[in-house]
Design a protein around this ligand. Structure first.
Ligand code: GDP
Length: 364
C-alpha cells in the first residue's frame, strides 16, 4: 500500500492529527517533546462518493473503500541529521514512506511550548527540510565518490549512475531539495532507487486554531504562498477540530461541521492531497457480494492493476472487461452498460483509468 509520513517539529500537533486520522487514542497527545517514540502506523479509508453510488446500483452487500497508510514519525529537531533528538531513527522511518506531510504550527497558544520558542511555520519548514537535505547530502557524497572512480575507469553502468546522482547533489549543495531535480522518465526509476529523503513529494499541513479552520490565518497564508511558488500541496486544518470530530457519533458530525463553517472534515482534504501528490487513481470491482475500490499509480496497465488484487490475476491475465464509471451509472449497472455497448474488452497494454469498473479474466 501507499504510505504518507507525518513529520514536523515537536508540539506542532502531529499526534493530535494522526489520532484524529486513525480515530484511535493509541498515541496520546502530550505537551512535551518526544512523546511519540515509536512510529505509529494507521490506515485510513479514502472517502469516495462514487463507491457508494456503485454499491447502491449493484446492491452489493459489502462496501470496501481503498486505504492509505499514515505514519506518525516522531519529533524531528534541529541537528537530527547529526543524531540529535531521535535523529537516525527518524530518518530511517522517512525513507520508508512514499510522500511526506510537513505539519506546521500555525496556532498561537501560550500554554503549548514551541521547541524553538517562536511561531514561524516557514522557519519550521526550513528546519525540517534542512535536516533532510543534510542527510541526503551526506549519503550522496558518500556514495558518489566510489561511483565516480568506477565511472572514470570506463564502467558504463557507473557512468549512468553518476549522471543521475550529480543532479540532486548539485541542488543539495545549493541548499535545495532533491525533488527539484529535472529527471527524464527514463531516469526516474534510478533516481527513486537513490531513496533520497527530499525527493519525496511534500504536502504542507497548516495546523491553525479552531476559529481559523475555515479561512486560515496570517501564518497559513504565508505557507500557502510558499507552496504556490514551489508547486507543492497545502492543506489548512485544525487538528483540535479534527480530533473532536473523530470523537463524535456519526449522527452528530454534519451539524458539527456546519457549526464550524466546514463542508467536510479536513481529513478528507488531507487524504485527497496525499492521493493527488502520489499521483494515485482508483478503479473499482463491483458485484453482489462487495463493491470495492483499489488504488494504483496513474499509468498502471491492466495486468499490474489486477496484480493489486492478487498476483495470480497478474500472472494469468487474459483480458479485462471494463466499464467507465459514468457509463456504469448511466446504464444503471453492468447489464445496462453492456446493452448500451459500453463494456470494453481491454488487453494487457490497456492503461487503467480513474473510475474504471473492472472485471478481470485470468487463467490459472
Ligand atoms: P506533536 O509533538 O507534534 O505530536 O504534537 P501533539 O499532537 O502531541 O500536540 C502537542 C500539544 O499541542 C498538545 O497539548 C495538543 O493538545 C496541543 N495542540 C495540538 N494541536 C493544537 C491546536 O490546533 N490548537 C491548540 N491550542 N493546541 C493544539
Amino acid at each position: 500500500g501507499f504510505k504518507c509520513g507525518i513529520v514536523g517539529l515537536p508540539n506542532v500537533g502531529k499526534s493530535t492529527l494522526f489520532n484524529a486520522l486513525t480515530q484511535t487514542a493509541a498515541a496520546e497527545a502530550a505537551n512535551y517533546p518526544f512523546c511519540t517514540i515509536e512510529p505509529n502506523v494507521g490506515e485510513v479509508a479514502v472517502p469516495d462518493a462514487r463507491l457508494e453510488t456503485l454499491t447502491k446500483i449493484a446492491g452489493s452487500k459489502e462496501i470496501i473503500p481503498t486505504r492509505l497508510t499514515f505514519v506518525d514519525i516522531a519529533g524531528l529537531v534541529r541537528g537530527a541529521s547529526k543524531g540529535e533528538g531521535l535523529g537516525n531513527k527518524f530518518l530511517s522511518h522517512i525513507r520508508e514512506v512514499d510522500a511526506v506531510a510537513y505539519v506546521l504550527r500555525c496556532f498561537v497558544d501560550e500554554d503549548i511550548t514551541h521547541v524553538e520558542n517562536r511561531i514561524d511555520p516557514l522557519a519550521d519548514a526550513d528546519v525540517v527540510e534542512t535536516e533532510l537535505m543534510l542527510s541526503d547530502l551526506e549519503s550522496l557524497e558518500k556514495r558518489i565518490s566510489q561511483i565516480e572512480k568506477k565511472a572514470k575507469s570506463g564502467d558504463k553502468e557507473a557512468k549512468a549512475q553518476f549522471a543521475i546522482m550529480e543532479k540532486p547533489l548539485n541542488l543539495l549543495r545549493e541548499g535545495k531539495p532533491a525533488r527539484l531535480a529535472a529527471m527524464t522518465p527514463e531516469e526516474m526509476p534510478a533516481f527513486r532507487a537513490l531513496q533520497l529523503l527530499t525527493s519525496k513529494p511534500v504536502v504542507y499541513v497548516c495546523n491553525v486554531e479552531e476559529s481559523a479552520a475555515a479561512e486560515g490565518n496570517a501564518y497559513s497564508k504565508k505557507v500557502e504562498e510558499r507552496a504556490k511558488a514551489e508547486g507543492a500541496a497545502v492543506v489548512v486544518i485544525s487538528a483540535k477540530i479534527e480530533s473532536e470530530f473523530a470523537g463524535l457519533a456519526p449522527d452528530d458530525r454534519d451539524a458539527f461541521l456546519a457549526e464550524m463553517g466546514l463542508e467536510e472534515p479536513g481529513l478528507n482534504r488531507l487524504i485527497r492531497a496525499g492521493y493527488s501528490l502520489l499521483d494515485l487513481v482508483t478503479y473499482f470491482t463491483v458485484g453482489p457480494k462487495e463493491a470495492r475500490a483499489w488504488t494504483i499509480t496513474r499509468g498502471t496497465k491492466a495486468p499490474q492493476a489486477a496484480g493489486v488484487i492478487h498476483t495470480d490475476f497478474e500472472k494469468g491475465f487474459i483480458r479485462a472487461e471494463t466499464i467507465a464509471y459514468n457509463d456504469y451509472v448511466s446504464g444503471n449497472g453492468e447489464t445496462g452498460a453492456k446493452e448500451a455497448g459500453k463494456m470494453r474488452l481491454e488487453g494487457k497494454d490497456y492503461v487503467v483509468q480513474d473510475g474504471d469498473v473492472m472485471h478481470f479474466r485470468f487463467a490459472n
